[in-house]
Design a protein around this ligand. Structure first.
Ligand SMILES: [Zn+2]
Length: 82
């Protein structure tokens, strides 16, 4: 299997640290969408990145249950913003 992600500075294959982290996409008006993705890390320098997003967000701001999803995401140990 081909390497998925490489950290060029360290010449190392990155490793998946955690599946299903939350990424809260923020627009000018505030949180717009919540995504599930994977957290990757370089085993040499611990540089991190988030990749492997689902095709669709978990929830979008105009959906009825968005506030509940947002509270759940913010309450987790792995909520990131973009
Ligand atoms: Zn590195």
């Amino acid at each position: 299997m081909a390497p998925l992600y490489v950290h060029p500075k360290c010449k190392t294959q990155m490793r998946c640290k955690k599946n299903e982290v939350y990424v809260i996409e923020v627009a000018t008006f505030g949180p717009a969408a919540i995504w599930s993705a994977d957290l990757w890390a370089c085993p040499t320098c611990n540089e991190r990145m988030i990749a492997g997003f689902g095709l669709n967000p978990i929830a979008e701001h105009y959906e009825e249950n968005f506030a509940a999803h947002l509270a759940n995401a913010k309450g987790s140990d792995h909520a990131y913003y973009c």
